[in-house]
Design a protein. Structure first.
Lengths: 345, 504
C-alpha cells in the first residue's frame, strides 16, 4: 500500500457526503413548497366553503366590507411584519412588537381628545403620528439601547400605552367628529372608500419598500444573520430602531382609520393584538424564504377577515373566532419549527 | 526592501490564565501566498480574529501597507484592502446568491434595487472566477457548504482586495473543488494579490504556499520556504515540547475486551471504524477537526448513532441508540465542552456527582440522603476534588476540579468504560497531571478508557495504543513506544503514508 491509497479514498468519502447534502437540500426545498401550496389551498378552500354555504359571502359588496373591516388589522400587521423581518424570526429572541395593539388604542384616544380639545384636524393628525412614533422610539430604546428582549420590552411598553390610554379616557367612550373623519367615512372613488385606498396605498408603498429597495434587503440581512450584516458594514442598530418606529407610525395611521370607523375612541382596542401576531406569523408560510412579507401579511389578514365575516353570516358566535385564531397560531408556529428543524443545515 | 503587504508584530493576547498569543509575528510579502500553520490551539484563529477586529490584542501592532492601525475594526481593515474569508460562512441564509454577493453595495437606481442587473452580474462574476454556475435563484440556506464558500470568496473578490485571508478554506470542500480553489488562489497571486492561507493540511500548504509561518504555543517559531523544507521538519516545528515528564502511567495488565467496535460508519463523518478496547487499557484516539474522531465518540455513546456497524460491550452486542442505553451498558462520557454538556454549573458538587446514579441511591422513589452523602464524600476524597464542601456550586470550582466532578459522576454510576473528549483542554498543568493519575488509577481498577485528544504528548504519555483518524478512516494504529509525536501529527495531517504501522 502506498500513500496514494489514502489520497484516492479520501475524496470518494467526502464526495458521497456532498451528494447526500444535495439530496437534503432538495427535500427541504420541496417541503417548503408543499407548505406554501398547502397554505394557499387552505385559503381557497375556506373561501370556497363560505361562498357555497354563507348567503351573500361572495358578493362584491360583502367583499368590500371585509376589506374595509380588515384595514386597521392589516396596517398593524404590516408593522409587526417589518419588526419581525428586522429582528429575526426566532419566537423568543427575535423581533416582535406586542405594544402595537395598545399603541393603536392610545393613538385613537389621543386623536379623539386632541380633536375635542379644538385642535384642527391636521394638528390632531400630527400629534397622533407623534404619539405613535414616540411609542416606537420607546420600544427602540428599550430593545436596541438597553438590550432588553423585544418580547419583554414591548410587553412593558404595551402596559405603559394601555395605562396612558386609561388616564386619557378614564376608560370611557370618547365620541368625536371632525371634517377629516367625516370624509374618511363618506368619500369614495371607483367604488372604494378612503379606508380601502389608504390600505391599497400602504400595501403598495410597503411592498416596494420591503421587497424592492436597498433598505428592505438590508433589513432582511439584519434579521437573517446579524453577523453578516455587520460584516457588510451595515448599521444594524439603526435598522432595528427604525423598524420599531415604523411600526409605531403604522399604528398611528391605523388609529386615524379606527377613529373614523368608531367615530371616536372606545376602550378595548388592545384586543386586536392576537390577530396582529397571528397574521404576521401566518404571512411567513406564503414566502419561499419563510419570512414575513407584506403581500403575505395582507393575504393572511384577508383570510382572517373572511373567516370572521363568514362566521357572522352563518350566525356562528364571534367568540369562536378567538379559539380559531389560537389554533391557527399553534399550527403556523408548529409548521415553521418543523420545517426549520428539518432544513436547519 | 519592499514594504510588506501586511505585518502583525509582537501580538500578545491572554484569555484568563491562558496565553493564546505570546509575541506572535506574521509578515506577509506583497504578491505571495503565505501559509500559517500550527496545531489546534497554537493561536492561528486568535491571530485572525485580532486582524479581523473581532478580538483586541493586549499589545502588539497591526501594520497594513506601511500604515499602523491604532484601532482595528472590520471596516478599518476593509478600507485598507484586507478581506478575511472566515471558516463559518457569514452569509444570510434567506438571501439568493446575487443578494448575498452584493449586500451593502447593491446595484440599483436610487434606493430601488435592480434585481435583474444584480442576478446577471452575479452570474458573470462567479462564472469568470470559478468557471461554473450556481443553481439559479437558490437561497444560500439551500446551497451546499462548498457552494456557500464560493459565494463567500466571490463576495470578497468584488472589492478587489490587496490581501485576502483564507481561514481553513478546504475544510468543507471535496478534492475537485479544493483544486479549483487552489487554481484561483494562484491566479489571484499572479494578478498581484497577497494571500494568507491558514490550514492544517500540510500537503496543501506545501503545494500552494510560497512562505509558511509555523505557530506553536502562541509564538511564531519559524518562517520558511515550504518547498525547500521537508515535511518532517515542518511537523517537528509544530510540536510542543515544553511539558516535561508528567505521565505517571503504570503498567496494568490488559484484560478482556470491554468495548469492541466493528465496521462503524456514519455517512459523511466516518467510515468502517474498527477497534477493540480492553479492560485496563487506555486507548488514544486522535485526528484533526473534521476527521470524524469526535463523531466516533458521539456514536459510541449514542448521541449521534452510526448508520452501520456494531458496538459490543462486555461481549454483548447491540445498538446504542441513546445516552441512556449507553449508561446502562456501563459507558460514561466526559465531553469536551464540560461547562455546556458535562456538568450543571449551578448545581452543587453533590447533585452533579449523583446525577447519573440516582437510581442506585433511591428507595421507594425518594433519594436516600444518607447514602448519597456517603458516596459523594468518598468520591471527593478519592479524586482529590478541591471544593469548600459537597454543597458548593460547581461554577465556583477551577476547571480541573470541574473535570474531576464529571469523572466522579461516572464513578458513582459504576461505569467501567470511559470515553473522554479532550479531557485536559483549558486546565492547568498540575490539574492535568492529576487527571492523568486518575485515568491510570481507573485502568488499574479494571476500567477501559478511550481518550480523544489532540495533545500528542499526552497521548504518547498515557496511552497503550493510539488510533489516528484521517478524513473519516482509521489510517494508523500506533504504539507509543514505537512512535513520535511527529509521526502521529504527520499521520493526522495526511503527510504520512498508509501502511507500516497498521500492524499494531
Amino acid at each position: 500500500m502506498s500513500s496514494n491509497v489514502l489520497a484516492d479514498q479520501a475524496p470518494a468519502f467526502t464526495e458521497r457526503s456532498v451528494d447526500l447534502e444535495d439530496r437534503d437540500i432538495r427535500r427541504a426545498r420541496r417541503q417548503s413548497q408543499v407548505i406554501r401550496l398547502g397554505s394557499i389551498a387552505a385559503l381557497i378552500a375556506v373561501f370556497a366553503y363560505f361562498s357555497a354555504v354563507a348567503p351573500g359571502f361572495a358578493n362584491l359588496g360583502n367583499i368590500a366590507n371585509v376589506i374595509e373591516q380588515s384595514a386597521v388589522l392589516a396596517l398593524l400587521a404590516f408593522g409587526m411584519s417589518i419588526v419581525v423581518l428586522g429582528g429575526g424570526g426566532d419566537v423568543i429572541r427575535g423581533g416582535i412588537d406586542l405594544s402595537l395593539g395598545a399603541n393603536l388604542g392610545l393613538c385613537v384616544a389621543v386623536f379623539a381628545v386632541a380633536s375635542n380639545a379644538g385642535f384642527s384636524d391636521w394638528l390632531a393628525v400630527a400629534i397622533t403620528f407623534g404619539t405613535g412614533a414616540a411609542v416606537g422610539l420607546l420600544n427602540a430604546i428599550a430593545v436596541v439601547g438597553l438590550g432588553v428582549l423585544p418580547l419583554l420590552a414591548t410587553l412593558a411598553v404595551m402596559n405603559i400605552c394601555a395605562g396612558a390610554e386609561l388616564v386619557l379616557t378614564q376608560n370611557t367612550v370618547i365620541s368625536t367628529n371632525s371634517p377629516l373623519l367625516g370624509s374618511i367615512v363618506g368619500l369614495s372613488w371607483l367604488g372604494l372608500s378612503v379606508t380601502d385606498w389608504v390600505l391599497v396605498a400602504a400595501t403598495v408603498v410597503l411592498i416596494v419598500l420591503v421587497q424592492g429597495t436597498r433598505w428592505g434587503l438590508r433589513l432582511q440581512a439584519v434579521g437573517g444573520q446579524r453577523q453578516a450584516a455587520r460584516a457588510a458594514g451595515l448599521r444594524v442598530q439603526a435598522y432595528l430602531a427604525g423598524t420599531y418606529v415604523a411600526a409605531g407610525l403604522l399604528a398611528a395611521l391605523a388609529a386615524i382609520l379606527q377613529a373614523a370607523r368608531l367615530s371616536g375612541s372606545s376602550p378595548g382596542s388592545g384586543d386586536i393584538l392576537l390577530s396582529v401576531v397571528l397574521t404576521s406569523l401566518m404571512s411567513t408560510v406564503f414566502s419561499r424564504r419563510l419570512l414575513p412579507t407584506i403581500g403575505g401579511t395582507l393575504l393572511s389578514v384577508l383570510f382572517i377577515g373572511s373567516l370572521i365575516n363568514g362566521f357572522q353570516l352563518l350566525n356562528v358566535s364571534s367568540y369562536w373566532v378567538n379559539g380559531v385564531q389560537g389554533v391557527l397560531i399553534l399550527f403556523v408556529v408548529a409548521v415553521r419549527s418543523l420545517s426549520t428543524r428539518r432544513g436547519g443545515a | 526592501m519592499a514594504q510588506p503587504a501586511l505585518a502583525l508584530r509582537d501580538l500578545v493576547k491572554t484569555f484568563g490564565a491562558t496565553r493564546a498569543l505570546d509575541n506572535a509575528n506574521l509578515v506577509v510579502e506583497r504578491g505571495a501566498i503565505h501559509g500559517l500553520i500550527g496545531q489546534n490551539g497554537a493561536g492561528k484563529s486568535t491571530i485572525i480574529k485580532i486582524l479581523g477586529g473581532l478580538y483586541k490584542a493586549d499589545s502588539g501592532s497591526v501594520t497594513i501597507d506601511g500604515q499602523t492601525l491604532t484601532h482595528v475594526s472590520p471596516r478599518a481593515i476593509e478600507h485598507l484592502g484586507i478581506h478575511i474569508i472566515h471558516q463559518e460562512a457569514l452569509l444570510v441564509p434567506s438571501f439568493t446568491v446575487a443578494e448575498a454577493l452584493f449586500l451593502g453595495a447593491e446595484p440599483g437606481i436610487g434606493p430601488l434595487l435592480s434585481r435583474r442587473t444584480m442576478r446577471k452580474r452575479a452570474e458573470d462574476i462567479i462564472g469568470s472566477y470559478f468557471d461554473m454556475m450556481l443553481p439559479r435563484d437558490a437561497l444560500i440556506g439551500e446551497l451546499s457548504a462548498a457552494h456557500r464558500q464560493i459565494v463567500q470568496i466571490t463576495r470578497a473578490l468584488l472589492n478587489r482586495p490587496a490581501v485576502l485571508v483564507f481561514d481553513e478554506p478546504t475544510a468543507s470542500l471535496v478534492r475537485r473543488e479544493a483544486h479549483r480553489l487552489f487554481g484561483l488562489i494562484r491566479r489571484l497571486r499572479d494578478e498581484g494579490t497577497s494571500i494568507v492561507y491558514i490550514s492544517h493540511y500540510l500537503e496543501e500548504v506545501q503545494d500552494l504556499c510560497d512562505k509558511v509561518t509555523v505557530l506553536r504555543n502562541g509564538r511564531d517559531v519559524a518562517t520558511l520556504d515550504p518547498r525547500d523544507t521537508p515535511l518532517q521538519d515542518i511537523v517537528s516545528l509544530m510540536i510542543n515540547r515544553e511539558i516535561g515528564d508528567m505521565f505517571p502511567k503504570s503498567a496494568v495488565p490488559i484484560g478482556k475486551p470491554a468495548l469492541s467496535v466493528q465496521g462503524l460508519t456514519r455517512r459523511g463523518h466516518f467510515t468502517n471504524v474498527d477497534f477493540t478496547l480492553h479492560a485496563g487499557e487506555i486507548l488514544g484516539l486522535t485526528g484533526l477537526v473534521g476527521s470524524g474522531a469526535k463523531e466516533v465518540l458521539a456514536a459510541i455513546f449514542g448521541l449521534a448513532p452510526a448508520d452501520q456497524g456494531s458496538i459490543t460491550t462486555h461481549g454483548k452486542q447491540g445498538a446504542v441508540g441513546s445516552p441512556a442505553g449507553a449508561i446502562r451498558r456501563g459507558l460514561g462520557l466526559v465531553p469536551e465542552d464540560r461547562r455546556g454538556q458535562g456538568i450543571a454549573l449551578d448545581m452543587s458538587v453533590r447533585e452533579n456527582t449523583t446525577l447519573a446514579s440516582l437510581g442506585k441511591l433511591t428507595r421507594f422513589g425518594f433519594i436516600s440522603r444518607r447514602r448519597e452523602a456517603e458516596t459523594v464524600r468518598q468520591l471527593i476524597a478519592r479524586l482529590g476534588i478541591k471544593t469548600p464542601g459537597p454543597d458548593a456550586r460547581v461554577r465556583d470550582l477551577s476547571g480541573g476540579n470541574q473535570q474531576k466532578v464529571v469523572l466522579a459522576k461516572w464513578l458513582s454510576a459504576a461505569s467501567d468504560i470511559y470515553l473522554l473528549d479532550e479531557p485536559t483542554v483549558a486546565i492547568d498543568v498540575a490539574a492535568k497531571v492529576e487527571i492523568y493519575r486518575l485515568l491510570g488509577d481507573l485502568a488499574q481498577r479494571g476500567a477501559a478508557v478511550l481518550i480523544l485528544s489532540s495533545d500528542l504528548l499526552e497521548l504518547q504519555g498515557i496511552c497503550d495504543r493510539i488510533l489516528v483518524l484521517h478524513r473519516g478512516r482509521i489510517t494508523h494504529r500506533l504504539r507509543p513506544a514505537d512512535t513520535t509525536p511527529e509521526e502521529i501529527l504527520a499521520a493526522a495531517t495526511g503527510a504520512a503514508g498508509l501502511g507500516e504501522s497498521i500492524a499494531a
